[in-house]
Every structure is written in structure tokens, then in C-alpha cells.
Design a protein around this ligand. Structure first.
Ligand code: SF4
Ligand code: SF4
Length: 69
């Protein structure tokens, strides 16, 4: 199981993590002031194959994958 942590102070809602994931595990959600923030679709993280594209393609360095036993 891997956790996809998104730093709320860094994420700009650009959507590049969505484009990067071949399994289409990401979505943008509305936050305050009309802004958007990325997250992995609830429950979808269980099928992530840990390619780390989302992590490496985020221009803000907002995504961190955390391996959990
Ligand atoms: S690529 Fe990074 S900054 Fe852009 S929406 Fe995804 S997490 Fe946020
Ligand atoms: S590690 Fe790969 S499969 Fe998993 S969410 Fe990121 S881009 Fe998608």
C-alpha cells in the first residue's frame, strides 16, 4: 500500500499529476477561493503500481509517495 501525500502549500492545481498517471488515479477537487487541489481518488491508491510518475512530474514538488507496510 502506498500513500500519496500532496502538500497543500505547494499544489497549484495544474493537473500534471493527472496527465502523468496511466491508471487515471488522480482528480482535482475544489478548495477555497475557486482554487483546485489534486488528490488520488479515494480508494484508488490501492491499485497504484508505484511508477512514481506523479511524484516526478509535479512541477511544484508537491507529491510524495510514502510506502506503508
Ligand atoms: S502536478 Fe503537483 S501542483 Fe500540479 S495538480 Fe498535481 S500535485 Fe498539484
Ligand atoms: S505512482 Fe504511478 S500509478 Fe501510482 S498514482 Fe502515481 S502515476 Fe499513478
Amino acid at each position: 500500500m502506498v500513500i500519496h501525500n500532496v502538500d497543500p502549500l505547494k499544489c497549484k492545481g495544474c493537473g500534471k499529476c493527472i496527465e502523468s498517471c496511466g491508471l487515471e488515479l488522480w482528480e482535482l477537487v475544489d478548495i477555497d477561493n475557486g482554487k483546485k487541489r489534486a488528490r488520488v481518488i479515494p480508494g484508488a491508491g490501492e491499485i497504484c503500481h508505484t511508477c512514481r510518475s506523479c511524484e516526478s512530474r509535479c512541477p511544484e514538488g508537491a507529491v510524495t509517495l510514502i510506502d506503508e507496510e
